[in-house]
Write a new protein. Sequence first.
Length: 192
Amino acid sequence: MARKVRRVRYTLDAKGIKRLPQEEIVAILRGADDLIMKGGRTMLYKILKGSREKRVLELKLDNSPVYGFYKHLTEEQIMARIDWVILEGYLDLEYDYRLPLLVYTKRGWQVEKDTYSDELLHDFDEMLDKGINHFNMRHLKDKNRELILILLDKIQASGDRRYIPILEAWEKIDYKKVRKRIRQVISQLTQG
């Protein structure tokens, strides 16, 4: 006979928060990105607080672009904001065996993929501004396809030919469908 799994219970409490600025919603969703189906609310709190806890550092969560975003707030204030984001339908919790882990809702993923694609485009701009001409694009190969297509749409919409060397380097290493879209973007940029 199988043993009953004792799930870790949780209670969400936004402590009366009625609204959060968009900047805070974006930061919480960005912090959750490394934790999707891997971590829960407490670990997200530690990222946003800027915890130097051993486990946070081992997992390299201190590399998150929003690490320490709420360093000036208390645990209760940060958890209330995280809970608000969950209660408002940007994030959800799903059990994996006995632990409740963070997942994006459709609404939250819409915000996150736009934020993350902007971040990747900014990284491209920094490489170009620094005069880097050898582009290692392997980190993009297994990223979410929707995210990648949004990034490519933004590059195309920019009309900036400076991105062509990056796109050419990226095209060499990615999957067939992504390579096809990259070629389309290169073609648009060279024509425009």
